[in-house]
Structures are given as structure tokens and as C-alpha cells.
Write a protein that binds this ligand. Structure first.
Ligand code: ADP
Length: 276
């Protein structure tokens, strides 16, 4: 049982009677503590690259450096600046998602086109990250359901595309070279549709899984930074999915890999024929 915080106010009437007002402030205090944590995290995420950046500036200003060294330092400075830019960009995305109502369902993408884009993005990212070394294999299983709905408006709204791409980007970033990333789209018996991204990466220990969608939560901070992660990706995915009535399930086995599945309720999908 969690402790409960009660705030109590006494109002004497002056005639010997007193009014006692009590209020449960547990939720308020929790929200306040979360806000404080968040501000501390944001400050840390911005301050770290900023410290590195100022260090480089000082070095460039004070040390006589060769042209090669200067260019190497400038490259590292650009990296730090980009890192800060990604954090700010993701923070803005989160705050936009929190502050606005879900978008209209006007813009839809056919599932096939979506899957193709996911595959292309996954391959491109894998190539960039591996810098032409052996890389992961990104495979997409075309969905029969989507094919049946050809020419129809089967699809998902565009905001969701970025969320699904994010899952693929994580799979690519955390899976070592030679691994396999499988993206699939299935229609379930009950009319729901499941989009899944499976990887043969390091897997995630069970105690971390419930916390992965928290802002700035990372299992391995240095690995996340190395691959350009802000620690906000899954928090954004969760928000986007919530706005669309979809849910995220994470199944993982250490040393074997992970499956991130997104379930779309039947009433949020269009153009699919009903299951037989
Ligand atoms: P990050 O920018 O750090 O990748 P995310 O919010 O996208 O932030 O993910 C949170 C954490 O979840 C990551 O730091 C990583 O530890 C873990 N994670 C996410 N996807 C995977 C995956 N496919 N395999 C292993 N770990 C993952």
C-alpha cells in the first residue's frame, strides 16, 4: 500500500466551532515530483553536450592545432550540437502531442506503402549506422490482408507512421551487424490489426520492460547515445499510440531479441475486409 498525503486546514469560526478541511494531495505531490524529475533530466541531457562543446571551444581558442586536428574537433562539436538538437526536437514533439487533440483521420497511408517505407527507412538507417560494414538484414513480410484491400483506403494515419518507424529505428540501432529485423502486419480474428517489429538484438531484461516508455529511460545510456538516441523515442511512440487508441506490447528474451507489437483496434482501421 502506498503512503497517502493529506493536507489539513483548520478554519476557526470564532464562536468555538472549527471547520476542518482535508484534501488528498497524493496525486498532486506525485505530479509535482515527476515534473521536478523531468526538469532535472532535461537539464542534464542538455548540459552534458553543452559542457563537451564549451570544452572544445576553449581548446580551439587556446591550443595551436593543425588543420587536421581543427577539423576533427569541429566534427565532434557538430556531433554534440546535433545531439542537443535531437533532444530539443523530441521534447517539442512530446509537448505538441500532449497539448493538442488527436488529429483528424483525414490522412491515411495504405498499409503496403507504409510497409515499403518502413523497409526502406530501416535499410537506409542500417547502412548509415554500419558505414558500409556488414549490417543487419531488414525484412518485411507483406500482409495478405493489405493486399486484399488493394485499391482501397486500408491504412493508418500519417502520425502513426513516424511511431512505427521509430520502432524499426530502435531495432536497427540496437541489433548488431548480421542480425535480422522482421517487420510484419497481421490481421487478427477479432478484427484488430497488429504491426510488429522483431529483432535478433541483445534483448531487454524483464525489470526494464515496463519502464521503457518513460521519458529518458534507457537500459544502457552509453549504447543509446552512441547510436544517436535521445531516450525519448518510446515515450513519443506511446503518446502517439494512445492518441489513436492503439497499444504497445513488448516481449523480449535476453540474448535472443525483442518484439515490439502495436495493436490497432478494428474501429480505427479502414478498408480491411471483415474476417471470415
Ligand atoms: P533511445 O533514444 O535511448 O533509443 P527509446 O525511448 O527509443 O530511447 O528507447 C528506450 C530504451 O529502450 C533504449 O535506450 C534501449 O535501452 C531500449 N530499447 C529500445 N528498443 C530496443 C530494442 N529493439 N532492443 C533492445 N533495447 C531496446
Amino acid at each position: 500500500s502506498r503512503p497517502v498525503r493529506i493536507s489539513v486546514h483548520l478554519h476557526p469560526y470564532g464562536d468555538g466551532r472549527t471547520l476542518l478541511l482535508s484534501r488528498d494531495v497524493t496525486a498532486l505531490e506525485q505530479a509535482e515530483a515527476m515534473r521536478r524529475d523531468f526538469v532535472a533530466n532535461v537539464s542534464h541531457e542538455i548540459r552534458t553536450p553543452l559542457t563537451v562543446l564549451t570544452g572544445f571551444v576553449e581548446t580551439l581558442q587556446t591550443l595551436p592545432l593543425s588543420a587536421d586536428e581543427r577539423s576533427r574537433y569541429l566534427g565532434m562539436m557538430a556531433q554534440q550540437a546535433l545531439r542537443m538538437q535531437s533532444v530539443v526536437q523530441d521534447l517539442l514533439t512530446l509537448s505538441r502531442l500532449e497539448g493538442s487533440p488527436p488529429p483528424g483521420m483525414a490522412e491515411w497511408t495504405p498499409v503496403q506503402a507504409l510497409m515499403q517505407r518502413c523497409e526502406e527507412e530501416g535499410r537506409a538507417l542500417s547502412a548509415v549506422l554500419s558505414q558500409n560494414q556488414p549490417r543487419q538484414h531488414v525484412m518485411v513480410f507483406p500482409s495478405k490482408d493489405a493486399l486484399h484491400a488493394e485499391g482501397d483506403i486500408a491504412g493508418v494515419p500519417t502520425e502513426l507512421q513516424s511511431a512505427l518507424s521509430n520502432l524499426i529505428s530502435n531495432a536497427v540501432r540496437y541489433t548488431p551487424a548480421g542480425g535480422v529485423i522482421t517487420v510484419a502486419w497481421h490481421r487478427m480474428e477479432d478484427g484488430c490489426a497488429v504491426f510488429s517489429v522483431q529483432d535478433t538484438g541483445p534483448g531487454i531484461a524483464p525489470e526494464h520492460i515496463p519502464r521503457l516508455t518513460e521519458r529518458f529511460y534507457r537500459v544502457d545510456r552509453s549504447r543509446s547515445r552512441e547510436t544517436g538516441g535521445t531516450g525519448l523515442g518510446l515515450a513519443i511512440v506511446k503518446h502517439v499510440l494512445q492518441r489513436h487508441g492503439a497499444t504497445l506490447d513488448i516481449a523480449s528474451t535476453l540474448g535472443k531479441g525483442s518484439v515490439f507489437s502495436v495493436t490497432f483496434p478494428a474501429n480505427r482501421l479502414r478498408g480491411f475486409s471483415l474476417p471470415v
